[in-house]
Design a protein around this ligand. Sequence first.
Ligand SMILES: [Zn+2]
Length: 417
Amino acid sequence: MPINQRHAQRTSNKPRNIKYHNQKLILSMFRKRDILSIAEISKRINLSKTTVTKVVNDFQAKGLVLATGKGDSTDVGGKKPEMFSFNAAYSQVIALTIGTNSIEGAVLDLKCGLISQDYLACDPKTPYQRAVQNMADMIRRMTKDGGIKIDKMHPIVVGCEGIIDAGSGIIHYTMHHQWGQNLPLRDDLVQALGVDATIYLDNNLRLAGYADMILDENPYDSQAVIITTRSAGGSILENQQLVHGVNGFIGEVGHMIIEPYSKIQCACGGYGCFGALVSPETVLARCRNEYRRFPKSLIFAKAQGGTLKITDLFEAANRRDPFSCAILDRVIHYFTIVIHNIVLLRDPEKIIIQGIYSDAGDYFLKNLQKKVNSLPFYKMDRNLPITYSSVSGFNPYLIGAGYYAVDVLLDFNSLYD
Ligand SMILES: [Zn+2]
């Protein structure tokens, strides 16, 4: 069964499947919290303490959950509860991300803590076959350093830019590397490793979006859309799964055409793509063209000196500098159009902003929320929640690939029967 269809296997209401669902629900809580008591789990997911105790005991026997001692009593004079935690050292996964100029890799524990890490240069001119060989060598080095085996039980997840067919592990094409089309990276990597390994391939931005769902307090949302800005893209999550579409185009919001007559060209070759209109290069160029008319602006000196960064613009807008706010208002306008279009196609439960604009602060977010929720289609009681991503750390793509790999590992049937 393809890995990306793995959740479909136990969806009926048979007692065995209900047990499986409860086990997965409890594990997902453990992945987010450091320590938990039976009562806390029982209350949060509305299951009896007896059921929760059975599941936790079973996980403890398998070594997935550890007893961490007594916690504080919630009632005055009450009994101190037994506390439990997720055993992140239970196993390990391997994550790789192929970027424009490099490939980064890591061996991670089950909470995506770093065990070993590697990096190699891979610019757009690096031939595909050499990149595959280099990745296989990297996996061998990292697993040796991390003291783990390359086998079916240690999933390898590879994130890549471009249009990816995740189901068959094929890169249809990348935007940056001169690799041609329809590359069976998953099979080629298995062959280069010479081992029967569990390998999953997906788009970098989709995987980063997946990490957001895992880290969300309520990961069982029916649908969330994540908009990422840097390489410009996004991901759509539905019933805890990434949505791909027939060709793997879903989520490429960066290439939605927002200004058809724009002269700004995107890396895809098109004009007026969302990602190109809100890229830091475009936004900072706008600042450079217009700053002279605003000598009192907080960003005037840096714009004049040629040292202005996008973070300076965010900071000044958060201090309500009128020029910086006006520049960001245009970005907000483009985001609003994209979100409006997404709403009409997917009607999501929430929108999450990842990438550069997730550091923009309160001016950007408040005004984006206000603008989106005043769209004609949102003249109703409920607002569309828009939040910043909760993924932080060394590399969101690598973390995303890591979380996905942990999910693949936690779906191995042997953990539940
Ligand atoms: Zn484009």
